[in-house]
Design a protein around this ligand. Structure first.
Ligand code: GLN
Length: 306
């Protein structure tokens, strides 16, 4: 595995087409697009990595997997009154479906859905308390207390929040958000700003690899049924309107973020995190997707086999 990852990094290093770094969040526009990292963690916790696998980056929408997991823990199936579980076929920041569907977002991984999920988690608590809960959970599943928010990235998003604020106000107009819009958005932007490396992210995904159990500690994080359902949602909705393309190329539950990271889960086999900041037109890591495509071709780890 280690030799393969080293070869993969070498092969991709000559790739000219790397997509475009997200610049609608000014703080992310400064990131050097010529970076690439990959980490693979086996169910027993053996870590293989190559490239810039210990460089911290903004996990952005990958955090939506973690907040969904927290929301399911708090509300159980009640979360599905706040958000749906169908692919949207629309961009991550789209507003059009909201009007047709009375302000109920299609799924927890588009922006509107993640904003509804964080509103549901807040349950009358202040943003600070909710953020502590989110960070504690991420640290717990990563087994790493050094993980933090990047307050500069969060502030950058807050200052340029018009689009997400529109989504939030629109939902609020339908009576779908219970808390003050700016408090919900502040919480959401901090959740997205969490900085992690590929190695930390691959470690964080382990509970979804082994039916809800982190085998390295023996701790059950969620039930087997819940792990299966989260993986299903990642497969169907984790790449927005590029979810079909990702399933076609890679065939694994995956969640991308505009920071250029992707977390992919190979049930029973391992958790894989890749990072390359350049994005394709739909906002998913260009090189990251191609790296995962090669990886599953080599390992046969796709849920659909070779
Ligand atoms: N796709 C993403 O990663 C988007 C997350 C980003 N924080 C936003 O709200 O726009």
């Amino acid at each position: 595995m280690q030799d393969y990852l080293d070869d993969l990094v070498l092969a991709l290093s000559t790739e000219k087409n790397r997509g475009k770094v997200a610049d609608y969040i000014p703080q992310l526009a400064h990131v050097d697009p010529n970076q690439f990292g990959i980490a693979v963690c086996t169910p027993e916790g053996q870590m293989y990595s190559a490239g810039q696998a210990d460089t911290l980056f903004s996990i952005q929408s990958i955090s939506k997997v973690f907040t969904l997991t927290i929301a399911l823990g708090k509300l159980g199936d009640g979360i599905w009154t706040h958000v749906g579980r169908e692919p949207s076929g629309d961009p991550f920041n789209s507003i059009v479906q909201l009007e047709h569907e009375s302000g109920k977002p299609r799924n927890p991984f588009i922006n509107a859905g993640a904003i509804a999920v964080v509103d549901a988690i807040m349950m009358g608590h202040e943003p600070k308390e909710t953020l502590a809960e989110i960070l504690n959970f991420v640290r717990f599943i990563s087994n790493d207390n050094s993980i933090c928010f990047d307050h500069i990235v969060a502030a950058s998003e807050m200052a340029h929040r018009d689009r997400n604020a529109s989504l939030a106000h629109f939902m609020k107009a339908f009576g779908r958000l219970r808390h003050d819009v700016d408090k919900v958005l502040g919480t959401y932007f901090h959740q997205c700003s969490i900085a992690m490396s590929c190695e930390q992210l691959a470690r964080a995904g382990l509970f979804l690899v082994s039916d809800g159990v982190d085998k390295t500690t023996g701790i059950r994080v969620v039930s087997a049924q819940r792990a299966r359902r989260i993986n299903s949602l990642m497969m169907m909705c984790g790449h927005y309107d590029g979810s079909g393309e990702f399933a076609y190329r890679v065939g694994l539950p995956g969640k991308s973020g505009v920071g250029g990271g992707i977390l992919a889960i190979a049930p029973g086999k391992g958790s894989i995190a890749v990072w390359s900041p350049g994005l394709d037109k739909l906002g998913n890591s260009y090189l990251g997707t191609r790296a995962l495509e090669r990886f599953v071709q080599h390992t046969g780890w796709s849920v659909f086999g070779h």
